[in-house]
Design a protein around this ligand. Sequence first.
Ligand code: CUA
Length: 351
Amino acid sequence: MLGRVRRWFFTIVIIGTTSVAAFADDWGMGASNAKIPPSSVFQAVSTPAQQINTVAFFVLSITAVIFLIVAGLLTYSIVRFRARSGDDGREPPQVYGSNPIEFAWTTVPVLIVFVLFLTTARVIYVVQARAQPPGALSVRVIGHQWWWEFRYPVLGIATANELHVPVSDLATPAPTFLDLESADVAHSFWVPRLAGKTDVIPNKKNTMWIDPHVPGTYLGQCAEFCGTEHAMMLLRVVVESRTDFDKWVATQKQPPKVDPTVARGRQVFESTACVNCHTVQGTGADGRFGPDLTHLMARETIGSGVAMNTRDHLRIWVANPSVMKPGALMPAMGLDNQDLDALIDYLVTLR
Ligand code: CUA
């Protein structure tokens, strides 16, 4: 009786939560991400990820052979030595202390582990030893609770959550070197198709590099638990042709146009606490705690991949970020509807 009640209880819980999840608003992210190929480690498009892929296949094939041998012998023994009618019920003869067998099953695994260790160490070394060639693009990546800050020190631009890099093909190699730091707790930068995970640690600078060979958008995420919204610390890497990348850089370098029709919204922005955390070039806002908003509308997503960047979503977000991202550190500003609309009118001009 108790068992049946419990089974019913779990069935209802599972069906109930699944349907709630299915109807919950994903703010357009599901449809958008569905257009991007899945971020599988087995579809590497950048040298570090390809190197890892090779080791992974090597390890998997060795372990597959071990599995087949062990499972094969086990199956054989189960079938061959199964209990039959007419057995006398006595134990078979026991074998103890066979030196050749003991020797074989000690040395063979040690050798296998040794080979796996050396191949892995070699790949780690090959990936990490690459020095930054002069002229290579370098980007500072700063992990925050719960978003990514990207700064291009040489180009003098900053963006958030959507990293733009040029494609790096054989004809024109253009690797990007990343310096990773954290503004608060430990995070981990992971874009599976481009490279392995790199820890993002307070008071320490880690480095990594990528050289994506194929233009496109690649999904990534924070891979180390960093608090309430760890799961919503997503990122995108946009890999573009050199021309498109240069075009993007040129746009990012421009200060936003001053639009007199949204002067009221700009005044709301400048007179509230927005300016303490956000930067908009050409205004008094130079906060660094939240994302740089100078070219906010050039980004496809907001809230580190929690919603598509549309006017409606922006309004919901600014009114109360916790509606989309419970626990987000940006507070609800408590603006009345008129101020809120004016502010959003201003924000959507930041292109
Ligand atoms: Cu940042 Cu998990």
